[in-house]
Design a protein around this ligand. Sequence first.
Ligand SMILES: [Zn+2]
Length: 256
Amino acid sequence: MLIDSHCHLHDREFYSEDEAEIAIKNAKENGIEKIVCIGTNHADSLAAQSFASAHENIFWTYGVHPGEWDDDREPPDFSLNPPVAIGEVGLDYHYGSEDKEEQKSLLREMLNLAKQYDLPLSFHIREAFDDFFTVLDEFPETHFKGVIHSFTDSKINLKKCLDYGFYIGVNGIATYAGVPLAPVEKILLETDAPFLVPAPFHKHHTEGDGSPIWGLVKNEPKYIKTIAGFVAEKSGLSLEVVASQTTKNVETLFRI
Ligand SMILES: [Zn+2]
């Protein structure tokens, strides 16, 4: 059994209702028995919520992505159907950093939400690890639980994340780029579908500057099996060990 700990299958911008149902069926046929749908803003999180409540073994998270710091949101009400985590939230300085302060204050807001509801977090941190740990230090009395989704940073920052106690989200990027790998006890497998199709299915070709062009194949939760196979090979473990350990990791963190 495997779990996709991070995808966007509920997002109708990427999947029609039929495509989403087919993806769920494909996932089951490939041994992916639970799927976590990640919210990226207030409205999208509510879409994840209703998609999850219409399906067995699909779970949802509530979050406002750092790129959406100006999201028009109301205080969420989790009384009927609580999320399994707050996410994806964090800091992303990849596209310039004019809105650093806004991103940081949004992150503080999301950390407070996690605190208030005693929930773990799914973090999106890109080129912003120093500020991320500085913001966490503002909460010395709280030890947050969470996963650093789509980790692609340095060995030093990997160690910092592991030392804090975070899990590390491994997805298709690891299958074609040199990403430092966490020990399997700390790995959550994720597709981030529809993005980041793993090798060899990604069929990428490169621009003049070497950056790949994506989007030729749409990612879906079934590719967790491919990512699990990659982690098994890299870690010198059997697929069964990787599957059972990473499943246990998601179930422990998200209490599902
Ligand atoms: Zn995502």
